[in-house]
Design a protein around this ligand. Structure first.
Ligand code: PLP
Length: 390
């Protein structure tokens, strides 16, 4: 049966693509080795630096975020290298499994999936590593499976306090262009990100930002690589080209997205996300439900993961909500499967879209018979009124 009105895609990425970006993408494909392409490629490569806040190289891959994860690891590490990774949730776990499959020796600091990485634990382990065998510390900035943010600047301070030479590698696939991020200022060596979240693009391209130290590590890294090798990218990128066929039309979209982000102002974009996160948490608490992230100050402005009362299926609730109200909510992943659902409030998103989303959730809780107190939508509205949209 036809459903009237628009679908609400409220998963924590891919996020909805604004018309301006859809229109930018909707052009004829051009010759990626021809003279016109250089302008598109250079603009994208330079523009991305303003989003990652780096003066160093940003590499663009025609791949999902998983590809850029692999690129990050194989470009700076050698077989058997030791790395320190932090279990913030499902995505940190996947990145760690990938490192192991590539032949890296990953030490996993266990976490409870309810907060970000703890810099003190990282510092303590680095202090114990007298032989300085740890080659990299890998942290997920915005853990999309839990809605927790890791304090990246504090992780850098921890590495420095231990006087340790390990590289700092950060996944901000779902944090970039939604939550404050500073590749250079925070001393990050490799930043991994993707197109389909804060950048408001369809899935399909992903990125590595690399510091001078990471570029130097690339020269001696011995993990097998070919498609991902930064060394092959650097030359063509200098003039706006790529060593193989880039995702031409997504680059048109990327250039539009970067313009839109600067028109709004990155700080305003971050404040908008934080404000929507706060309003969503007010709603969740008013419903009498629990936000999965229980570390104050580490709650994500990108998404909110909500625990369902014991004995209630989060997937059943999501299915009911989709069927009744045409809204897609994020599912719980691996350890928290069927226990939590995730509300995405990222990308091209405003107050009215948030209120509609929360209304869908509140109506869905009722339709699915999940015990809750009504009034979450009102609580979010009250919270929004305490701060103006930027
Ligand atoms: N890391 C994080 C934090 C993510 O949110 C995701 C995807 O949602 C990934 C990695 C994997 O990216 P992709 O699904 O684009 O390969």
């Amino acid at each position: 049966m036809r459903k009237a009105g628009r679908h609400f895609l409220q998963i924590p990425g891919p996020s909805s693509v604004p018309d301006r970006i859809l229109n930018a993408i909707s052009q004829q494909v051009i010759d990626h080795r021809g003279p016109d392409f250089a302008k598109v490629g250079s603009k994208a490569l330079e523009g991305l630096k303003t989003i990652f806040k780096t003066e160093s190289n940003v590499f663009i891959y025609p791949a999902s975020g998983t590809g850029a994860w692999e690129a990050a690891l194989v470009n700076v590490l050698s077989p058997g290298d030791k790395v320190l990774m932090y279990e913030t949730g499902h995505f940190a776990t996947l990145w760690k499994s990938m490192a192991e499959r590539l032949g890296v020796n990953a030490e996993f600091i266990q976490g409870n999936w309810r907060g970000g990485a703890d810099p003190d634990q990282i510092e303590a382990l680095l202090n114990e590593d007298k032989a300085q065998e740890i080659k990299a510390v890998c942290v997920v900035h915005n853990e999309t499976s839990t809605g927790s943010v890791s304090p990246i600047a504090a992780v850098r301070k921890a590495i420095d306090a231990a006087g340790h030479p390990a590289l700092l590698m950060v996944d901000t696939i779902s944090g970039l262009a939604s939550i404050d991020y500073r590749h250079d200022e925070w001393g990050v060596d490799v930043t991994v990100s993707g197109s389909q979240k804060g950048l408001m693009l369809p899935p399909g391209i992903s990125f590595n930002a690399a510091s001078e130290k990471a570029l130097a590590a690339n020269k001696t890294a011995r993990l097998q690589k070919s498609y991902w090798d930064w060394a092959d990218m650097i030359g063509p990128n200098k003039t706006g080209y790529f060593p193989y066929t880039p995702a031409t039309n997504l680059l048109y979209g990327l250039n539009e997205a970067i313009e839109m982000l600067h028109e709004e102002g990155l700080d305003n974009v971050f404040a908008r996300h934080a404000r929507h996160g706060a309003a969503t948490r007010s709603a969740v608490r008013a419903w009498g439900l629990e936000v999965l992230c229980n570390q104050q100050g580490q709650e994500s402005g990108v998404l909110t993961a909500v625990k369902l009362p014991d004995g209630h299926s989060a997937d059943g609730f999501r299915a009911k909500t989709l069927a009744e109200y045409d809204i897609s909510l994020g599912n719980g992943l691996s350890k928290v499967a069927d226990k939590v659902f995730r509300i995405g409030h990222l990308g091209d998103f405003n107050d009215l879209m948030l209120m509609a989303t929360l209304s869908g959730v509140e109506m869905g809780l009722g339709a699915a018979g999940v015990p809750h107190t009504s009034g979450g939508v009102q609580a979010a509205l009250d919270q929004l009124k305490t701060s103006n949209p930027t």
